[in-house]
Design a protein. Structure first.
Length: 334
């Protein structure tokens, strides 16, 4: 029987950090994830994108954060089931759950921590008739490695954080960056908006507002994007890549059928310990919701820390939990 103290669903940053906090309390963790490698969205969607809000790191690449987290939890020897999706949750005893994967693997634990981020993702695609024709030969919905666009012409569409951030990053990499947005206002962080405006004013990128991409063309690969701009006839703009960055539509997947309280595609939790309506089942990170929720990695780390304290009391109700500081005991002292 594959049994652990805490079964963590999701190998993203919050799931990985949970192993560290659990290890300090001598709790054994097993992680299951549908992706082939740990890291979750960080590695799958934007491994080379810098992250700026991790304490102690003015900037760190998403893939490097994953590497550091794996190094941090290595002393606690977690086990993994990768490339398999958690399909069903069954209570087999009063204090024991079984999670079965889509490949039939059975995993057992008294505590289940759902750290599945926003679930599975599908890109939000603009309504361009022949868009599928150029996917992977000029159209990318997710940027995994910015070096792919070095010295290339790039058209970015969107008005949120992703479109703004990649316009800024690629301005120093691509031969040409054109950002088009159907409005004059943006949904992203004010600081990013100001940087994009500054780059546009200094000719580092071309910013076209009140405009949208309405067509694509090219023989065997993408060669141009047809742009419809207010007050002007539709015109073709030569490019090597078109990046429609309108975000990703999340889906909870099988978790939605586990009897959990769901609100707006997220799991409702008690902020005392991030427990769900199922005793012994917790939800941490972007997968949960509560008043004032912020979908930040930093917040997920906080939620994981409190959740593990509660999980220990759930597993060992008769034992007294003695809190220690790592600055005093180190890691091996736990």
């Amino acid at each position: 029987m594959n049994r652990s103290d805490i079964l963590i669903i999701g190998a993203g940053p919050v799931g990985l950090f949970t192993v560290f906090e659990a290890g300090l309390l001598k709790l054994k963790c097993h992680i299951v994830d549908s992706l082939a490698q740990p890291g979750g969205q960080l590695n799958e969607i934007y491994p080379k994108k810098p992250i700026y809000d991790i304490p102690g790191y003015p900037s760190i690449l998403a893939s490097d954060l994953t590497t550091n987290l794996l190094e941090q939890i290595a002393p606690f020897k977690p086990t993994f089931t990768m490339g398999e999706r958690a399909e069903s949750l069954t209570k087999v005893e009063d204090n024991l759950y079984r999670v079965t994967t889509n490949k039939g693997t059975e995993l057992y634990a008294p505590v289940v921590a759902i750290a599945g981020g926003l679930g599975s993702f599908e890109p939000r695609k603009p309504p361009i008739e022949n868009i599928a024709q150029y996917e992977d030969i000029g159209i990318d919905y997710i940027i995994r490695d910015p070096e792919k666009y070095r010295n290339k012409r790039v058209v970015i569409a969107g008005g949120g954080d992703s479109a703004l951030d990649w316009s800024i990053i690629l301005s120093d990499i691509a031969a040409e960056v054109v950002m088009i947005h159907r409005r004059t206002s943006f949904r992203g962080a004010l600081d990013s908006v100001e940087k994009v405006m500054h780059l546009a004013e200094n000719g580092k990128i071309q910013l076209i507002t009140n405009a949208q991409a309405v067509g694509l063309g090219g023989e065997g690969k993408l060669e141009f994007v047809a742009i419809e701009e207010d007050g002007k006839p539709t015109y073709p703009h030569k490019t090597d890549y078109f990046l429609p960055l309108f975000g990703l539509a999340p889906k909870l997947g099988p978790i939605a059928d586990w009897g959990l309280d769901i609100e707006d595609n997220a799991v409702k939790v008690d902020t005392f310990d991030y427990s769900t309506n199922l005793r012994g089942v917790y939800a941490i990170g972007d997968v949960n919701t509560y008043p004032g929720k912020l979908k930040l990695i930093l917040c997920g780390f906080h939620e994981a820390t409190l959740m593990v304290q509660s999980a220990f009391k759930h597993i060992y109700p008769e034992q007294k939990l003695s809190f220690k500081y790592t600055t005093v005991a180190g890691v091996n002292g736990f």
